[in-house]
Ligand binder design. Structure first.
Ligand code: GDP
Length: 573
């Protein structure tokens, strides 16, 4: 008990508890009769009981078979290669390619063979070490996505992962992107009318399974973000060997293990906490939490804990860690919950469409996540009118047109009592976005659409004229919900965007009480592994709830935020 730093006995707390109870129960009568003084004078024959309890405790700790750290060869990491992460249509997930990134082997066309043989295991190590340098940004993204899917996806969702063809032809093949089409003709929109109808679009290949993602999910359900803090592969393992000191590697426990101190029943001082807080601050920053926010968070934890009397067997580290965890969960839990489905039903009762405006910088995933949200709404039985108010970026209208067509293919009127569940309201390019949104809303009202989703042009947060235009669009159309779309990938930059969008809406609004951002759509969560700090920074700074989380490029890759899952990812080493 006294030397936990050297020998971590997992059963100590339980043993003390058991001894306490056994002793109390055994001598209950004596205590009651003789009182406290009896304790001092009495003789207690407790040795046998103690030895039995100790044996029990030791046994119970052994029941969990001692886990031995995996060797590198046994770990999944050693079998992971860049090649195996490239998704190619028609490949099966189970037969993931476990070949190392090796130009030579690629040329041999041997990529479909999974051979964790001795020889390959031996030369895997340098390759894995060299992986980082060889990877391009895209490959790193792809790798992170793979990692994300491995952790988050349930069995059914795995069906989207790469599946090697039974027999692959030799030689290098061009990369085929998901939902993409390598045919240049298909990509040539020059002849299609920008103002045209869906029929004017070239008909391209569309694989409903691919666009849908997980088929095993419950339709219309917005799943919580999942995160397993106990990662089966790379999680820390404690080597249990009574004769040797326990070795704890990685993990916050490991990271702060050095600082672990038995404080006893004394009150916490700043000096006790400072080293732990310093480490924690660095840890948060490494997880993409904005530096300033990490400092503020640690400061608030320190203030909260200063002077607090600690329990006998609690360490400074665990106390600080727990306080920080609680603070983080609190930040992520919104003061104002946005319940879109309830609000849509409320609008329905008032016979008006529920209007949502999406804003954000270019390329963050506004249109894609708007389409995912449409899909989710349709699955919940609501009809959606998409207003194409990005009248600036080439291809923006076509992109929405494609989504509309696909969504209608997945939810044809026949399955909804002849009702068209999603329609696009478009007026081409170069027109006033605020005007189009207004027309779309009145069209939706007349046609009985339940929801209008307004896509707006991406704009940089510092571009005053464009921000004025956005403020106008929002002021004129008074949407029920203004969502800021930000990507988790960029970390601090997303915080800057969010703050400036909010400020710009306030500054450029003509109204006395300007309409600000109501909530956040945090996209590309699948590309960040456990560097989830942007979620904390964004909610901490603005107190705006994260309403949706984008976790991929299919219609099912939409989640609601689960504060505990995000905090678990954040605390993980
Ligand atoms: P917009 O310019 O803001 O409308 O952005 P787009 O909707 O065109 O998205 C830009 C790119 O980001 C597209 O390639 C999308 O497929 C991709 N994207 C959007 N959301 C996600 C997401 O949650 N995860 C991943 N991995 N990619 C996403």
């Amino acid at each position: 008990v006294g030397f936990q730093k050297i020998l971590t006995l997992t059963y100590v707390d339980k043993l003390i508890d058991d001894v306490h109870k056994e002793f109390r129960d055994k001598y209950r009568n004596e205590f009651q009769q003789k009182g406290a003084l009896g304790l001092l004078n009495g003789t207690f024959d407790f040795k046998d009981d103690f030895m039995r309890l100790l044996r029990d405790a030791e046994e119970s700790s052994k029941v969990r078979a001692p886990t031995v750290m995996k060797t590198f060869e046994q770990s999944l990491k050693s079998q992971k290669t860049v090649k195996c992460m490239i998704e190619t249509r028609g490949e099966k997930p189970k037969e993931k390619v476990k070949n190392k990134k090796n130009k030579g082997s690629k040329k041999d066309g041997t990529e479909a063979v999974a051979v964790p043989s001795k020889a390959s295991a031996a030369d895997k190590q340098p390759s894995a070490a060299g992986d980082k340098e060889e990877l391009t940004k895209d490959e790193i993204l792809q790798k992170n996505r793979e990692e994300f899917f491995r952790r988050h996806m349930k069995a059914g969702e795995k069906s989207r992962s790469p599946k090697p063809d039974a027999q692959k032809e030799k030689g290098k093949k061009p990369r085929v992107w998901d939902l993409g089409n390598s045919n240049a003709k298909v990509l040539d929109y020059s002849n299609s009318a920008t103002n045209g109808s869906a029929e004017a679009c070239p008909v391209e290949e569309f694989d409903p399974d691919m666009a849908l993602g997980d088929k095993n999910r419950e339709p219309g359900r917005l799943y919580d973000l999942e995160y397993e803090s106990d990662d089966e592969g790379e999680e820390e393992k404690v080597v249990q060997n009574p004769s040797k000191p326990s070795v704890k590697k990685g993990g916050l426990g490991g990271m702060f293990g050095m600082l672990k101190g038995l404080v006893g029943s004394k009150s916490l001082t700043r000096d006790d906490m400072d080293p732990v807080l310093e480490k924690m601050k660095d840890h948060l920053i490494a997880k993409n939490v904005a530096a300033e926010i990490a400092v503020q968070l640690c400061e608030s934890v320190a203030k909260k804990l200063e002077g607090k009397v600690m329990g006998t067997f609690t360490t400074v580290t665990s106390t600080v860690k727990q306080a920080l965890q609680e603070a983080l969960v609190q930040i992520l839990q919104p003061q104002r919950r946005v319940d879109v489905l309830r609000d849509v039903m409320d609008a329905q009762r008032h016979r008006r469409p529920y209007v949502v405006t999406f804003c954000g910088v270019n390329g963050v995933g506004k249109s894609t996540n708007l389409a995912k949200i449409s899909f989710w709404l349709i699955e919940n039985g609501f009809s959606v009118l998409i207003a194409a108010c990005d009248t600036f970026r080439a291809g923006a209208v076509e992109q929405l047109r494609t989504h509309t067509r696909r969504l209608n293919a997945l939810h044809p009127p026949e399955s909804h009592g002849g009702r068209t569940m999603v329609q696009l309201y478009e007026k081409g390019y170069g027109k006033d976005a605020a005007g189009i949104a207004m027309e779309a809303i009145s069209y939706a009202r007349n046609q009985g659409f339940d929801v209008v989703l307004v896509d707006t042009a991406g704009r940089m947060q510092d571009n005053a004229p464009l921000m004025t235009a956005l403020a106008k669009l929002i002021a004129v159309n008074a949407p029920d919900l203004v969502l800021f779309v930000g990507e988790a990938l960029v970390g601090n930059e997303a915080v800057d965007q969010l703050v400036k969008f909010n400020k710009a809406l306030a500054d450029h609004s003509m109204a006395q009480t300007p309409r600000l951002i109501d909530g956040i759509v945090l996209t590309k969560f699948d590309t960040i592994d456990d560097k989830v700090g942007a979620a904390i920074s964004m909610t901490y700074i603005t107190s705006k709830p994260i309403v949706f989380v984008g976790t991929g490029q299919t219609y099912c890759d939409l989640r609601s935020l689960n504060a505990k899952a995000v905090v678990a990812a954040l605390m993980k080493a």
